[in-house]
Design a binder for this molecule. Structure first.
Ligand SMILES: [Zn+2]
Length: 376
């Protein structure tokens, strides 16, 4: 018998919750951070290394995978899990956001979006029905509704029309998804920075009925203050007993603030992308390994971090391999950054369970304000 998708909450502290999302492919401890495996790989990491950082789930990008290697080919090869050698849960986005941000010559209609591939210029169509089909062919455990998301700032009329289109597409997504035991379909709340539109969107989604709910349309240029302003009410507009996912967020302090406001799941390219550009994210804030001050520094990035980059290598080595453009530079810094993110999530989960989230958050900000580790 296939294990059904479910969510259990084990502890609460203020608006924050900790719990477990149960899927057929394993449990996801929440609050959870999902590393991004855009093209069937978390760049510079082996899947077993990603797992070793503490990740319970990965995110895959429908847009990239449909263009290369293609959804039908992926299905013939046994699906995304077998293809990339990751047997734990995978969430796939719907492709909608990346079609809007990465392609030119696109045409948006009620039916969906016609666009040309950024890889080879070939013509494609994404609609709620095709997005559901692609995510099924990939074998995704958590499928996202196909939606449209306007860049902010946008005027209210544009945001309202876009939200209503997304709600009609949410209904078509649910219809096309059908009944798939063990797999989940998440709806996506839209409405920009408008509280009443977000409320209307949340009510419409709940009427359709989803396994989880994402807060979409944030982290698109509005800034942290405006984002937190929305998160002060948006999670409360969504069901208490279903996971809430804030798409594309974020920086460590964005995640901490969103967890305090009741968000359970996150994804972001930041830890992996920063790793490839020489930026280490640590308890004491961001450290730029390119900086000449690290050239003869025998200390690790973070003396208390247990990742391989900090256990086995000096800042001087990390600086050298970055300057020399050696591949191991991306490998080590990405590993450290993902390890740091997962340790932060584990700390948040433990603090919520212990009813000590405020003290944890105060310490989080104090450490960052202290700046980089002083030489001993
Ligand atoms: Zn480390």
């Amino acid at each position: 018998m296939i294990k059904r998708f479910s969510f259990s909450i084990h502890g609460k502290d203020g608006a924050a919750r900790t719990g477990v999302v149960h899927t057929a492919r394993g449990d996801i401890r929440t609050p959870a951070f999902m590393p991004v495996g855009t093209a069937a790989t978390v760049k510079a990491m082996m899947p077993e290394s990603v797992r070793a950082t503490g990740a319970d789930i990965l995110l895959g990008n429908t847009y990239h995978l449909m263009l290369r290697p293609g959804a039908e080919r992926m299905a013939r090869l046994g699906g995304l899990h077998a293809f990339m050698n990751w047997d734990r849960p995978i969430l796939t986005d719907s492709g909608g956001f990346q079609v809007m941000s990465l392609t030119s010559l696109r045409k948006l209609t009620e039916k969906g979006v016609e666009f040309r591939s950024h890889v080879d210029g070939s013509k494609h169509m994404l609609s709620p029905e095709r997005s559901m089909e692609i995510q099924r062919l990939l074998g995704s455990d958590i499928v996202m509704c196909f939606d449209e998301c306007p860049a902010l700032p946008a005027d209210r009329t544009r945001i309202e029309e876009s939200m209503q289109l997304s709600m009609r597409w949410a209904e078509r997504s649910k219809e096309a998804f059908g009944d798939r035991p063990g797999h989940a379909l998440f709806g996506i709340q839209q409405g920009g920075l408008e509280q009443d539109l977000r409320g209307e969107s949340a009510a419409t989604l709940q009427k359709i009925g989803f396994d989880g709910y994402a807060i979409g349309g944030l982290a698109v240029g509005e800034g942290q203050e405006a984002m937190f302003g929305v998160l002060d009410y948006a999670p409360g507009q969504l069901p208490q007993d279903k996971p809430r996912y804030l798409m594309g967020v974020g920086k460590p302090d964005d995640i901490v603030g969103a967890v305090q406001r009741g968000v359970d799941m996150f994804d972001c390219v930041l830890p992996s992308r920063s790793g490839r550009t020489g930026q280490a994210l640590t308890r004491r804030g961001a450290i730029n390994i390119k900086n000449a001050r690290h050239a003869e520094d025998p200390r690790p990035l973070d003396p208390d971090c247990t990742c391989p980059a900090c256990t086995n290598y000096s800042r001087a080595y990390l600086h050298h391999v970055f300057k020399a453009q050696e591949i191991i530079s991306s490998m080590l810094l990405t590993w450290h950054n993902l390890h740091y993110y997962q340790e932060l999530m584990a700390g948040l989960r433990g603090a919520i369970a212990a009813g000590a989230l405020d003290a944890f958050v105060a310490e989080f900000h104090a450490q960052r304000a202290a700046g980089d580790f002083e030489p001993v």
